[in-house]
Design a protein around this ligand. Structure first.
Ligand code: SF4
Length: 322
């Protein structure tokens, strides 16, 4: 008897089929200030076990985040809902692109139970883009928020959403579920959009953030960018002004790191001093909070940042009442 192995059919599907034809990009050696510790702690292993046993997906793993050792040791993970396949193909992103699976109706409950088990005081929930769904996944976001509120009422909730482009009414559904922090990342300056974030529209993202504040001014708004993608300093400063015109409270800036040689190249490693200077300029432009450092990520230190946001808002309100 002969066993025929169909190696073509069994070939694993590439993670980024849309990037396969692209020429390889040189991967620059990381400077000393980017080095991170290997994830080996007991806390890291425990977080990993909770994530696996609840069959959850995290952006920490999917995006290959350099902070995973530090965050998971402290039991801080960012859950990624609605599957691990994204309908967009941004040039910087390590999340797989393709046709997503159907929504899992039990996922809100499993996320809520994991939050409760981990005893989180603050949780960050993000998702892949779901352009295939009529509401872009808005109702699923709302269901997750409500499930966490029921299971862990004292946990504050931060969401990091897609742009809900061409999904009328979607944003209103998410805002009505009352997250404590609404984050939507601009990712980069507008001149980079066609090459870095081709499926998105810069002014739509700005307007989305502005609309959150119009709908519910009690929700903190937040947005972030990566630098090192070829942007100019004056473009970052203009982007800060655009975010402030949309009344955004909190901005994050971190170094872009290239996930593979098929991804957008790192054009520059921005120095810690330049990051510090962005933080100072951002504060002077009126953000309640700025997080700007090479390893800053949207959800890095999100719990501590939330406490600072609350304090900063209280102080601002006190000043305006005087
Ligand atoms: S910074 Fe965010 S994405 Fe990275 S490991 Fe921490 S929680 Fe996860």
């Amino acid at each position: 008897m002969v066993t025929v192995l169909d190696l073509v059919a069994n070939k694993p599907r590439p993670r980024h089929p849309e990037k396969a034809h692209r020429p390889d990009q040189e991967v620059l050696r990381k400077p000393d200030w980017i080095r991170v510790k290997a994830p080996v702690s007991k806390g890291y292993a425990e977080t990993r076990e909770i994530v696996k046993s609840h069959k959850l997906v995290t952006v920490c793993e999917e995006a290959g985040c350099p902070n995973i050792g530090e965050c998971w040791e402290k039991k801080h993970a960012t859950f990624m809902i609605m599957g691990e396949i994204c309908t967009r193909a941004c040039a910087f992103c390590n999340v797989a692109t393709g046709i997503p699976t159907a929504l899992d109706a039990d996922e809100p409950n499993r996320v809520a139970q994991a939050v409760k088990t981990m005893g989180l005081s603050h949780v960050v929930i993000t998702s892949v883009d779901r352009d295939d769904l009529e509401d872009g996944g808005a109702q699923h976001f709302a269901d997750v928020i409500l499930a966490i509120r029921a299971a862990a009422p004292t946990t504050t909730i931060e969401i990091l959403t897609p742009d809900f482009l061409r999904k009328d009414g979607a944003l209103e559904i998410v805002v009505a579920a009352k997250p404590d922090v609404f984050n939507h990342n601009l990712e980069t300056v507008p001149s980079n959009y066609l090459t870095v974030r081709p499926g998105a529209r810069y002014f739509h993202s700005i307007r989305l953030l502005q609309r959150v504040k119009e709908l519910d001014p009690s929700i903190f708004t937040k947005s972030g960018i990566m630098v090192g993608l070829g942007e100019e300093r004056h473009e970052v400063l203009q982007l800060m002004d655009d975010l402030r015109s949309a009344d955004v409270d909190f901005m994050t800036i971190g170094q872009y790191l290239q996930p593979s040689k098929k991804h957008h190249p790192v054009k520059k490693f921005v120095t810690p001093e330049e990051f510090q200077s962005y933080a100072i300029v951002g504060k002077s432009k009126g953000f309640l909070l700025m997080a700007s450092s090479p390893l800053t990520r949207s959800s890095h230190h999100a719990g501590e940042d939330f406490a600072q946001l609350r304090t900063a808002r209280a102080e601002q309100l006190k000043k305006t009442a005087q």
